[in-house]
Design a binder for this molecule. Structure first.
Ligand code: ATP
Ligand code: MG
Length: 724
């Protein structure tokens, strides 16, 4: 059998990993060294050479998109289509297990997934029902508490509170929240993982089945697994199967969400025969980019240590642009992209990466003005928009009316005159009897416990849901969505609102119908109805699915989302102290190092050209802030960087296409000898940036935001400022 195509285009170390005998393995290597490529080739090798069927392989990726790409790459290597392979994210795979074994998991067959926004709302309602003040029990904190306990495998009864009343209260909230989820058939993201773990831990015969079934287990991006995921993987470990993990400790960026990079060392401890293979050649980035990224990450302590070299060319220096403000930064990036396109570059080959989603708006606007198409990943995701959530709420009521989260969402949307007091009564009784709100509402009506008006309003809602269920029974998915949107009154409600926003909401509702129409049942849909499968997809893939992926468009996403990806031209925007590293960095130990790893991940996405920018002033969340360039910029060796100078100068006063700020900057210069945004040095106060000015000649004053002492007004004539 000729298997050369599986190993030909690999280096020696990669080849050793791909063609190793069946054993546990750790591939530990830096960004762009071909870890994912090794994983793909290994799967093909196992099937073709070791004769393992696709049915017996479990492959875990970090995103659904990565899973789809991996499947495509294996299929093209093997020239056949894959069937029965379990390939997806931990959450996706856990979901699949829960669907299959819903009874053992003590879930209703129609259980629904609660995304993090739904979870947050549910927590707020639980707090309310327990009469707890959100000021003392911040819902975000409660959410974090619940999820991190689940990530550690802890149910409320496992939590030790050591007689601390506050801790005991948190535990009670967790218990009350869980009770609500259980009676409503709702499973949040952390619960997916915990239940999948418990399914195996508590059912030896089911575990034995999967141990026999999965002979090869492969995990990409292992550095970002959390404890429950690792515990779950370990349950599978037995003499008949092998586990291969690939990862890079320098790219662990989800510590804030419970990921535990120490799982790499745990793996070496718990899989004693495991061979470690290190890949040292980088194939992705030019020499300069690599040198810069390595220099930055070198500032972190306690790394596992890896060598990385490339025999590619040095390439161009990294461009560094110091923007006056965020608008200037956006315009600069867009101008660079236009240039790239004019020189024949594809837009899909360019990515704008940023630390926070909130940074995207200004960038989007700049792209829109220049009519450059872009595609956003993350942000306010399609499935998270208000009107889409409303429509999904009705669809969820159709699928499973005991879903309290959906019930609360749509019972009075559009308004049917069901008041807060009525809802409060239903909630109260539902909790008391541990029944869903849906059942409780019906019971209250039949027992005539409600006032006439409230009873009528509620009956009409119940009748509506029952009618929708009837109407949908024989319909295709897209027609179900249409019926839900129209008969529920949602469309009419948004039509009655005026303005562009309302129109875009209606467009989105139509888009939902289109999404339903083009929805393909996934291979792992098992016993799900199309509606249930679609609802699960909406929760699990919410941030990833993007319509119209064929269009040539600039890719925009956070650095977190860019993990594992690569692009010829990458912009890293907003690389400023206080933004990146973020403000919280000083508050939590270890946070700075995680931010630095994030910077490393961002830089190593670039193949040919990396452009880093920072803005001296930035308006974000409604406030103007002045930021120094990030320390990460200073950590890049000077020989790797070239500063881009587009600044207004006296001989070329107003750069074409630049804004009012440039013009004011010019005026400022004429009056004071300093431009707005200019960095200056003061003997006593140190370095700062000119942010405002007043007067001229002898009376000229400038306001300077000093890096160390904050903002000060100074008389130019006396201050002895030195331009930098
Ligand atoms: P990351 O840590 O960012 O996930 P990675 O280690 O998974 O990176 P890959 O994405 O697998 O790296 O590979 C990086 C790039 O290098 C890809 O474009 C890949 O096709 C290419 N590559 C990997 N190995 C080789 C090789 N032996 N010859 C040529 N190109 C290679
Ligand atoms: Mg990878």
């Amino acid at each position: 059998m000729d298997v050369s195509h599986l190993i030909d285009d690999l280096n020696d170390k990669q080849r050793a990993a791909v063609s190793a005998p069946r054993q546990d393995m750790l591939v530990l290597a830096s960004a762009g060294s071909g870890k994912t490529r090794v994983l793909v080739h290994r799967i093909a090798w196992l099937m073709q050479v070791e004769g393992i069927s696709s049915h017996s392989i479990l492959a875990v990726t970090f995103t659904n998109k990565a899973a789809r790409e991996m499947r495509g790459r294996i299929e093209s290597l093997m020239q056949t289509s894959l069937h029965g392979m379990w390939m997806g994210t931990f959450h996706g795979i856990a979901h699949r297990l829960l669907r299959r074994h819903f009874e053992e998991c003590k879930l209703p067959q129609t259980f629904q997934i609660l995304d993090s926004d739904d979870q947050y709302r549910l927590i707020r309602r639980v707090l309310k029902s327990l009469n707890l003040d959100e000021k003392h029990y911040q819902p975000k904190h409660v959410q974090w508490y619940i999820n991190s306990n689940k990530d550690e495998g802890l149910r409320p009864q496992h939590i030790e509170t050591y007689g601390d009343a506050q801790q005991a209260k948190m535990r009670d909230i967790y218990a009350a929240y869980q009770q609500t989820c259980d009676r409503s058939g709702l499973v949040d993201f952390a619960e997916l993982l915990l239940r999948a773990y418990e399914l195996w831990a508590n059912n030896p015969e089911i575990l034995a089945h999967y141990r026999r079934r999965f002979r090869a287990i492969l995990v990409d991006e292992f550095q970002d697994t959390n404890n429950i995921q690792y515990a779950w993987l370990r349950l599978l470990q037995c003499p008949d199967n092998n586990t291969m993990i690939v990862g890079d400790d320098d790219q662990s960026i989800y510590g804030w969400r419970g990921a535990n990079v120490e799982n790499i060392s745990h793996f070496l401890r718990d899989y004693p025969g495991a061979e470690t293979i290190r890949l040292e050649q980088n194939y992705r980035s030019t020499g300069k980019i690599l040198q810069a990224a390595n220099a930055v990450i070198d500032n972190n302590a306690g790394r596992l240590g890896k060598e990385l070299w490339t025999d590619g060319s040095d390439g161009e220096a990294i461009s560094l642009y110091s923007a006056f403000n965020e608008l200037d930064e956006a315009r600069f990036i867009v101008a660079q992209i236009s240039d790239w396109r004019d020189k024949g570059g594809a837009l899909t080959d360019t990515a704008i990466l940023y630390r926070n989603n909130a940074q995207s708006r200004v960038l989007e606007e700049a792209l829109l003005t220049q009519a450059i198409p872009y595609r956003m990943y993350g942000g306010t995701r399609f499935f998270e928009r208000q009107e889409i959530k409303d429509a999904l709420g009705y669809l969820r009521m159709i699928a499973q009316p005991m879903d309290d989260a959906a019930f609360e969402r749509v019972v009075n949307t559009p308004s049917r005159g069901i008041g807060d007091r009525t809802l409060e009564q239903i909630r109260e009784l539902a909790r008391h009897h541990d029944k869903s709100m849906w059942h409780t509402a019906m019971q209250m009506i039949s027992e005539k416990r409600l006032s006439g008006r409230a009873a009528n309003a509620l009956s009409s809602f119940i009748q509506l849901v029952e009618e929708l269920q009837d109407a949908c029974r024989e319909l295709t998915l897209d027609n179900q969505a249409k019926v839900a949107i129209n008969q529920s009154g949602l469309r009419a409600m948004y039509q009655a609102e005026k303005g562009e926003k309302a129109q875009s909401r209606i467009d989105n509702l139509d888009e939902l119908v289109t999404a339903c129409k083009s929805f393909e049942m996934p291979e792992d849909a098992e016993e799900m109805t199309p509606l249930t499968a679609f609802l699960a997809h909406a929760s699990l893939e919410a941030g990833e699915t993007q319509a119209d992926t064929d269009q040539d468009a600039v890719q925009m996403m956070t650095i977190h989302t860019a993990k594992g990806l690569e692009f010829p031209l990458v912009f890293l925007a907003g690389v400023e102290e206080g933004m990146f590293p973020s403000q919280q960095t000083n508050e939590e130990p270890g946070r700075l190092e995680e931010e630095r790893r994030l910077c490393y991940v961002g830089m190593t996405r670039a193949m040919e050209k990396l452009v880093i920018s920072h803005a001296e002033s930035r308006r974000l969340y409604g406030q103007e802030k002045f930021h120094r360039p990030s320390r990460f910029i200073r950590e890049i060796p000077a020989e790797c960087v070239q500063e881009v100078r587009l600044r207004t100068t006296v001989s070329r006063p107003v750069h074409t296409g630049r804004s009012m700020q440039s013009a004011t900057s010019h005026l400022a210069f004429e009056s004071t000898g300093f431009k707005l945004g200019q960095r200056v040095l003061h003997q006593k106060f140190g370095e700062g940036v000119v942010i405002s000015y007043e007067g001229s000649g002898e009376l000229a004053k400038v306001q300077i935001n000093f890096d160390d002492v904050g903002s000060k007004w100074l008389m130019v004539a006396y201050a002895k400022l030195q331009a930098l």
